[in-house]
Write a protein that binds this ligand. Structure first.
Ligand code: NAP
Ligand code: MG
Length: 397
């Protein structure tokens, strides 16, 4: 059989633990037999990040900027226990955070829906994609404990020395304080990534904040989105037949629950943190969530939303065969290959990605799946190990 040819390499970022094992299995079983796979390989596995002083993560991010499309395996974010376990030189930052900062990107997370695994909310017939603004607000806040009576003020000193002051509170007793910020540049990049992704995927875009209460802070988010939309995107949205819709966060929650799904919901940092877990849970499983980082310049990085599945890896190391779900990681690959196909004018490559997605879907719907799904499946489910599942998909493909 003639293999499908590629033009531009994908930026391939290998990772850690069980997902690193899945990575190789997926390539061997589902990609290399069919595609003349061109990748530029970066090993983001923790040992290699440590050896390179995390330079490899920065290099990978810059390669995504150069080529436009990357695919990433889940990676360990070091904590003190991992420092010990891997004898690390330093507690390296989360690779996702590093890559996101370099690409100035927004993360879009969407569930993979299959018949037989029904969302808890019956009305949700199509995926809801959450776009989370991943900069600032409480995640970069400064906090103080107020010991007793006193005055708290907000002070901004401009470069020319001039000051703006606002009273926060005259404390009569002990309390707490928090100072948070965001930047016009970051909010604009977020808005741009959301508008571009909506056009790219032909879905309506919803955005929500609490602008009635937060009349300057949240209202600025609303204004920046609205201005950019009017200036640069309204016409394109109308041509594509999609809608940009702003509403208050509490109204959005009510509407989302009553909706049929099939749209993007852009959220501020905290709202996105909370709502993405809510949406993932309603759709059934973290192992069936995809994630794509989109930069305002139109660079794409695809990955699974779950982590490295450590508990399965420890069982794997003991020689057990595991039933780890590879679906989200397969979809990361197909997302990246499809995008590469679109950018390079290679319809066979994009068609291959569609066929592989469908083969995965059909395999599960026929009743063959990994253990995590089998326990939720409405119908006769045959629970198989990871390689067995990949083989079943390959056979269908
Ligand atoms: P996790 O790897 O997502 O796993 C949590 C649990 O969810 C697993 O123990 C497993 O449950 C279930 N699960 C997740 N993915 C699954 C899959 N594909 N198939 C079957 N079951 C799956 O989260 P974690 O244990 O909190 O984190 C592990 C490591 O991943 C950490 O070092 C963390 O830093 C890293 N992490 C990386 C990313 C990323 O790179 N994007 C994201 C999150 C976490 P059972 O054990 O009950 O089967
Ligand atoms: Mg969270």
């Amino acid at each position: 059989m003639q293999k499908i040819q590629m033009k531009t390499p994908l930026v391939e970022m290998d990772g850690d633990e069980m997902t690193r094992i899945l990575w190789q299995m997926i390539k061997d079983t589902l990609l290399l037999p069919y595609i003349d796979l061109k990748t530029e390989y970066y090993d983001l596995g923790l040992p290699h990040r440590d050896e390179t002083g995390d330079q490899v993560t920065v290099d990978a991010a810059n390669a995504i900027k150069k080529y436009g499309v990357g695919v990433k395996c889940a990676t360990i974010t070091p904590n003190s226990q991992r420092m010990e376990e891997y004898k690390l030189h330093s507690m390296w930052k989360s690779p996702n955070a590093t890559i996101r900062a370099i690409l100035d990107g927004t993360v879009f997370r969407a569930p993979i829906m299959v018949r037989g695994i029904e969302p808890y909310i019956r009305g949700w017939q199509a995926p809801i994609t959450i776009a989370r603004h991943a900069y600032g607000d409480i995640y970069k806040a400064t906090e103080l404990k107020v010991p007793g009576p006193g005055r708290a003020e907000l002070v901004f000193t401009a470069e020319d020395g001039s000051e703006q002051r606002a009273l926060i509170h005259d404390f009569q007793g002990a309390g707490i304080l928090q100072g948070m910020h965001n930047t016009a540049a970051s909010i604009t990049s977020f808005a741009r990534a959301c508008f571009n992704f909506a056009l790219d995927t032909k879905q309506d875009l919803w955005f929500s904040t609490k602008d009635t209460i937060s009349k300057t802070y949240d209202h600025s988010f609303k204004d920046i989105f609205a201005e950019l939309y009017e200036k640069e995107y309204r016409q394109a949205f109308e041509d594509a037949g999609i809608e940009y819709f702003y509403t208050l966060i509490d109204d959005a929650v009510a509407r989302v629950i009553r909706s049929k799904g099939g749209f993007i919901w852009a959220c501020k940092n905290y709202d996105g943190d909370v709502m993405s877990d809510m949406v993932a849970t309603v759709f059934g499983s973290l192992s069936m969530m995809t994630s794509v980082l989109v930069s305002p310049e139109g660079n794409y990085e695809y990955e699974a939303a779950h982590g490295t599945v450590t508990r399965h890896y420890y069982r794997y190391l003991k020689g057990e065969t595991t039933s780890t779900n590879p679906v989200a990681t397969i979809y990361a690959w197909t997302g990246a290959l499809r995008k590469r196909g679109q950018l390079d004018g290679l319809p066979e490559l994009s068609a291959f990605a569609d066929k592989l997605d469908k083969a995965v879907m059909d395999t599960i719907e026929s009743g063959v799946m990994t253990g995590d799904l089998a326990s939720q499946f409405q119908g006769q489910a045959q629970s198989v190990h990871t390689q067995g599942f990949l083989n079943a998909v390959a056979e269908r493909l």
